[in-house]
Design a protein around this ligand. Structure first.
Ligand code: C2E
Ligand code: CA
Ligand code: CA
Ligand code: CA
Length: 278
């Protein structure tokens, strides 16, 4: 390691060393877990804020490592993006969530759409469109029942992204902008994107009742989204005060622990049967 130059310090720093060890170990484990398909998906309901009716579910990846236990997507998704492993992993989620959605529909359980997180790296793969098209055809899923959640970082590569988004839109998929307000999107870009929905990021929802400027930001996002004809959904709602503020300011939909945590398959099926959260 002598000729690593500047990295020498990092290399011998005991804390960083164990961090990067964990990272290498996780990368190996991640590869293996992808091969063995040892992930599961939890589903979090999206609800009508006024009635509690379930209008959609978001698919969220879960990974339980044999020795490290539960590993948060906040940790392994960035690693998967860095290493490119997000491509096969994302493909698996797409397939699995679509298969599930079709099953619920066939069983007469629910005809609500499923939202699937797509990382920019995955979307920019050459064969991404082909891949989603194939999944949908093979499984017999209706594209309009599949919502793809992408983040504002697609804006950094706007021309290429627009091409892909327009194709997805033509195929009938629903598109939403995740974590809205945290990225780079300027309003002028936003109105050119073929999207259906924006998801107000949890960090803004957190601030709603804390201070008046937090509330003002959320109100502005709702008004803007509504004026541009987007469906607006707020994420990370934990309190009734937040729910009330959102309703009063014209936000229709919400998602958060107040209504339901992301649930394992059996539990979400039960909830879908009822169609409503309490
Ligand atoms: P996200 O897409 O913004 O998903 C929302 C996150 O907020 C989820 O965390 C969810 O469990 C959490 N959440 C929902 N309601 C509340 C609430 O009321 N309070 C709090 N404190 N948290 C709430 P999770 O499942 O840990 O996922 C974290 C991130 O990992 C996701 O953020 C998404 O960016 C990424 N991710 C998860 N699954 C996938 C996937 O299949 N593909 C890709 N590319 N990314 C994924
Ligand atoms: Ca999301
Ligand atoms: Ca989000
Ligand atoms: Ca987020």
């Amino acid at each position: 390691a002598k000729d690593r130059g500047k990295n020498n310090f990092q290399f011998y720093h005991p804390q960083l060393n164990s961090l990067s060890l964990r990272k290498m170990e996780l990368e190996t484990a991640l590869r293996k877990a992808i091969e063995q398909e040892s992930f599961t998906i939890h589903y979090q309901p999206q609800v009508d804020l006024k009635t509690g009716m379930i209008v959609g579910v978001e698919a969220l990846l879960r990974w339980v490592h044999p020795t490290h236990g539960f590993i948060s997507p906040g940790e392994f998704i960035p690693l998967a993006e860095e290493t490119g492993l997000i491509v096969p992993l994302g493909k698996w989620v797409l397939q699995e969530a679509c298969r599930q959605n079709k099953q619920w529909r066939d069983a007469g359980l629910s005809d609500i759409p499923v939202s699937i997180n797509i990382s920019v790296r995955q979307m920019q793969e050459e064969d991404f469109i082909e891949c989603v098209e194939r999944v949908v055809q093979e499984l017999g899923v209706i594209p309009s029942c599949v919502e793809l959640e992408i983040t504002e970082s697609i804006i950094q590569n706007i021309d290429e992204s627009l091409l892909i988004l327009n194709q997805l839109k033509e195929l009938g998929f629903k598109l939403s902008i995740d974590d809205f307000g945290t990225g780079y999107s300027s309003l002028s870009y936003l109105k050119h994107l073929p999207i259906d929905k924006i998801k107000i990021d949890k960090s803004f929802v957190d601030d709603i009742v804390e201070d008046s400027s937090g509330g003002a930001i959320v109100k502005t996002i709702i008004d803007m989204g509504t004026n541009l004809n987007f469906t607006v959904i707020a994420e990370g709602i934990e309190t009734e005060d937040q729910q009330q503020f959102l309703i009063q300011n014209g936000c229709e939909l919400g998602q958060g622990y107040l209504f339901s945590r992301p649930l394992p398959l059996q539990e979400v099926k039960e909830l879908l049967r009822q169609g409503i959260v309490h």
